[in-house]
Design a binder for this molecule. Structure first.
Ligand SMILES: [Ca+2]
Length: 512
């Protein structure tokens, strides 16, 4: 990482009794305050404890005085003008964290995504806050948790008599969905914040929130008109499967403006219709045809990533383009051999899409920006709530103060990410009450270090009841390092960890 000027990121002091530090990059600043008398190891942060208010205020004032005596804020440093790299956000659709060459898959070949990981910062322990398309994409557009942006499921709940293959044509469905889409109009989305910084932006692929313009993109492929098949991307869904020319045309038309590309192809998502050459490549004695098709789809996505990167290189753009790669949710292919509960009708297996398990929620997160980011792998926990603040920081755009994520570039710069745990939530596919996310709540989870706690709730499930068998009423605790596929619930052996993480979940999103 080029780190011009060694700009300070925190200030503070230590006296005989107290240690105080303030990380002033955030607004409001993140503060640590420790009482050495009662806590010599500095394990308990008392910055929010009202009993220490007076002592904390004194430490703040003394820090300001000391700082000013050295010439005031940043007196000896000059912040460089932030650059404006181009940004390409690649979003895989329905691909598990294991299903990449660089993540160790024994069969699937993904040489171009592997190259992104090799040349960039690869966060191998990344997560989406929820394992469903629309909610996950809205997080990538806003930086908010689904319970904050309100787009928690793919559809509003529709009455039984409306159900059928074209339920989205029912006027009652359309009215509810129009209300849902209106959520995005109010939010400072990534394209809007980048536009304030002079960026032009292009939407391609999946997009559920009406026309691309509703999300603040200056250009795009999805019209969102329900009368013309608008639901989750319409014309945009041709990207990747039918080539990348619309993206190349947009970049050519961007002129001297920095650009942002949202590339969310319908890949490896169903229909699993790979080119014949890839299908043949993955055919193997004894391998189920469903699995063969899925494997081929993963490589098809990879080929399009290669095409995109080749274009950037050939046009001299790749050195100063921040490429971000992520999956919107996981996928475990169901085959005739897969054990499923009765009436399981989807083509994915249990403990994958829509579930709180890593098969649904975990994804590698890659940041590639050759002129700035040195290649490295990170075990640091990362979340897709971090993508928006990371891109905003990298581009020098303004960062809303209420975003829950962190700037992942801190880890790349060798600094500490001030966050101990990451959180997630699972909702029903159909939103029970568009004004109250908790009515569809099924799971909440928290990961700290190697531990993952999953709590289960009784939200309304409607059409997808089968995907959420309510067999588990008890909390589930997994050691993700020893048991990455979450086979053994160790909650009973570690009641103290269960209680600690449960408390963290309650504080993260207090339910009424
Ligand atoms: Ca998806």
């Amino acid at each position: 990482m080029h780190y011009a000027g060694q700009i300070p990121k925190w200030e503070g002091l230590r006296d005989e009794r107290y240690v105080y530090a303030r990380y002033f990059e955030q607004s409001p600043p993140f503060e640590f305050f420790h009482d050495l008398e009662t806590d010599p190891m500095q394990l308990v942060n008392l910055a929010g404890d009202p009993r220490y208010r007076t002592a904390l205020d004194r430490a703040r004032r003394r820090t300001n005085t000391l700082r000013d005596s050295y010439g005031g804020p940043f007196a000896v440093y000059k912040k460089p003008e932030p650059r404006k790299p181009n940004v390409v956000l690649i979003i895989s659709d329905d691909q598990a964290w294991t299903d990449f060459g660089f993540m160790g898959h024994p069969v699937i070949e993904t040489p171009h995504i592997d190259a992104l990981a090799r040349d960039g910062a690869a966060f191998t322990r990344g997560y989406v806050p929820t394992a469903l398309c629309r909610a996950s994409l809205a997080t990538l557009a806003t930086g908010l948790y689904p319970h904050q942006h309100g787009l928690t499921g793919n559809d509003p709940t529709i009455a039984l008599e409306m159900q059928g293959p074209t339920y989205w044509n029912d006027p009652r469905y359309r009215e509810l969905n129009a209300q849902l889409i209106a959520n995005i109009d109010k939010m400072p989305t990534l394209p809007r914040l980048l536009a304030d910084r002079g960026y032009v932006s292009f939407q391609s692929g999946k997009w559920w929130e009406g026309s691309y313009a509703r999300g603040g993109f200056t250009d795009g492929m999805s019209h969102g008109d329900p009368d013309r098949g608008g639901r989750h991307g319409d014309d945009g869904l041709a990207i990747g499967r039918e080539g990348l020319q619309p993206i190349f045309d947009f970049i050519e038309g961007a002129g001297d403006n920095p650009f942002f590309v949202w590339y969310a192809p319908f890949l490896p998502h169903t229909p699993h219709t790979p080119p014949d050459r890839l299908l043949q490549k993955y055919q193997s004695e004894g391998r189920a045809v469903e699995l063969t098709r899925y494997y081929a789809m993963c490589e098809w996505l990879d080929e399009t990533v290669g095409e995109l990167m080749t274009y950037l290189e050939q046009n001299g753009l790749d050195d100063d383009t921040l490429v971000v790669f992520v999956s919107d949710n996981g996928w475990i292919q169901k085959t005739p051999q897969t054990a499923t509960p009765p009436d399981w009708f989807t083509s994915f297996a249990p403990r994958s899409k829509q579930s709180p398990y890593d098969g649904g929620t975990r994804t590698p997160i890659i940041l590639r920006w050759p002129s700035v980011i040195a290649p490295a792998r990170y075990e640091t926990l990362a979340s897709t709530i971090d993508i928006v603040p990371t891109i905003l920081h990298a581009t020098g755009a303004s960062v809303p103060t209420d975003l829950p994520g962190v700037n992942l570039m801190k880890a790349v710069e060798g600094r500490t990410i001030p966050r101990a745990a990451i959180f997630g939530e699972g909702f029903a596919h159909d939103i029970a009450d568009i004004n109250d996310p908790a009515k569809s709540l099924l799971y909440r989870w928290c990961i700290q270090g190697q531990w993952k706690l999953i709590l289960t709730y009784d939200g309304a499930v409607h059409r997808y009841a089968m995907v959420h068998p309510r067999a588990h009423r008890s909390p589930e605790l997994y050691d993700l390092i020893a048991d990455p596929h979450e086979t053994t619930n160790v909650a009973a052996e570690h009641p103290e960890i269960q209680a600690w993480l449960s408390e963290r979940i309650s504080r993260w999103w207090p339910l009424r």
